[in-house]
Design a protein around this ligand. Structure first.
Ligand code: CMC
Length: 391
């Protein structure tokens, strides 16, 4: 059957070359196109970061205006998408709805789905980045039983998302700039992360020639799991379960117990074995948002105490388990008023830029169909037994 390298979990296999994102897990470095994540989070905005991910450079003022205009031109979804949405149960998990809606977009654009045509690839990328906030907010409004809000192109990307989430036709409030800034920073911090499980899924799906909407739907499905993007929702659920500082030790003991599947959600990372640079920025943003909004959230206190106890525990120290990006993002999203079930949808919205940039790079650079092999551990050949001879 041939000799294959056995690498479960792809711990040491590079599946592609890429110029988009650099990570040094030991030093806690993350850079997009060479720009450190800390600088992008502080000085850039999400659409500018998208531009850099897609085209390799930060845009000039003219390029930025053109790109922003292009994205704004594509923020609406086809009216028929509302009928599609209406087919779901109101209490469906929004990630289930997003898998369906994003995949369904391909049914609306079959005249521009030739993957070998660079212009088709380009317009699909713009459509996805433009429509993700609209579809995410549609999911939320549908679950809340409120009318869907159309996008407003006079607002920034993050403001428009908050407008579609929280405004109603009866009352259109001005979006709080502090919340819009925090939202934008969350988008930047989640925009890309090299060959994680969902991005690898997008590339693998893309390697079959599937259309970009199907590829991103596959990425959303992979992101949903609690070991990946679903962790931000799981952190809040875990903090609810812990409930009080006095229960922390009990949960730490559960996390260390090898007979218990429970893990401390928001802790540990496959690549970062020192600290997650995104978590540092996220914690700072979290402090800023809560103090500027004057929120004294007991969940944050609980989270900080949990972090302190875990950091000083030999089990977590020996295994280099530190808080990751998802540990603090949930607290900020909660302060903004986003319901817990939407947390992973927001991760998906932001990561769409990275997914589609990686998909485009794969097409531009050339690729082979992804087809891993296996180490077969089953039976050797044996003869078929008729039904009456089987025991
Ligand atoms: N709580 C308790 N023990 C843990 C945890 C945790 N959160 N994470 C890892 N460990 C233990 C694990 O049991 C293993 O112990 P031992 O060596 O005794 O067998 C050791 O630490 C090494 O862990 P691993 O499972 O081999 O590490 P991995 O690289 O395969 O998994 C991970 C990384 C992120 C899936 C894992 O740390 C985890 O499940 N964390 C909780 C979920 C989470 O927060 N995920 C978000 C990741 S960041 C955002 C994203 O990428 O989407």
């Amino acid at each position: 059957q041939g000799v294959f390298t056995y690498d479960p979990g792809f711990m040491s296999t590079a599946a592609c070359e890429s110029k988009i994102t650099f990570i040094d897990g030991d030093k806690g470095i993350l850079m997009h196109r060479g720009y450190p994540i800390e600088q992008l989070a502080e000085k850039s905005d999400y659409l500018e970061t998208c531009y850099a991910l897609l085209y390799g450079e930060l845009p000039t003022a003219e390029q930025k205006a053109e790109f922003t205009g292009l994205v704004k031109n594509h923020t609406m979804v086809h009216e028929q998408m509302k009928s599609f949405l209406n087919g779901f149960r109101r209490d469906a998990h929004p990630m289930a709805v997003m898998c369906g809606m994003v995949g369904a977009l391909s049914a609306f654009y079959h005249d521009s789905l030739d993957n070998n045509n660079p212009q088709h690839r380009e317009i699909s990328a713009i459509r996805l980045i433009a429509k993700m906030p609209t579809m995410a907010a549609m999911c939320y409004k549908y679950s809340a039983g409120q009318p869907i809000m159309y996008p407003r192109n006079d607002l920034s990307y993050a403001e428009n998302f908050l407008h579609m989430m929280f405004n109603t036709p009866c009352e259109e409030k001005k979006i709080n700039p502090i919340l819009a800034k925090a939202m934008d920073r969350i988008f930047i911090l989640h925009a890309d992360h090299e060959q994680n499980a969902s991005t690898s899924t997008v590339r693998l799906t893309g390697s079959t020639g599937a259309n970009p909407f199907a590829c991103i739907a596959a990425g959303i499905a992979a992101l949903w799991g609690p070991a990946h993007g679903g962790a931000n929702e799981a952190v809040l659920t875990m903090l609810d379960e812990i409930g009080d500082v006095s229960n922390i030790e009990k949960f730490i003991a559960k996390a260390k117990d090898k007979n218990d599947p429970f893990k401390l959600m928001g802790f540990g990372h496959r690549v970062y074995k020192n600290f997650d640079p995104r978590a540092k920025v996220m914690k700072q943003t979290c402090d800023e948002v809560l103090s500027e909004l004057g929120i004294n959230d007991p969940k944050l206190e609980l989270a900080m105490k949990l972090e302190e106890i875990a950091r000083n525990d030999p089990y977590f120290k020996e295994r280099n388990l530190y808080p990751n990006v998802d540990f603090y993002s949930g607290i900020i999203l909660k302060a903004i008023g986003i319901p817990t079930s939407m947390f992973t949808v927001i991760f998906a919205l932001a990561r769409t830029a990275g997914w589609i940039a990686q998909w485009k790079e794969m097409y531009a650079e050339g690729y082979k169909i992804g087809r891993p092999r296996q180490i077969y551990t089953g039976y050797t050949q044996r003869d078929y037994l008729p039904l009456d001879q089987r025991k």
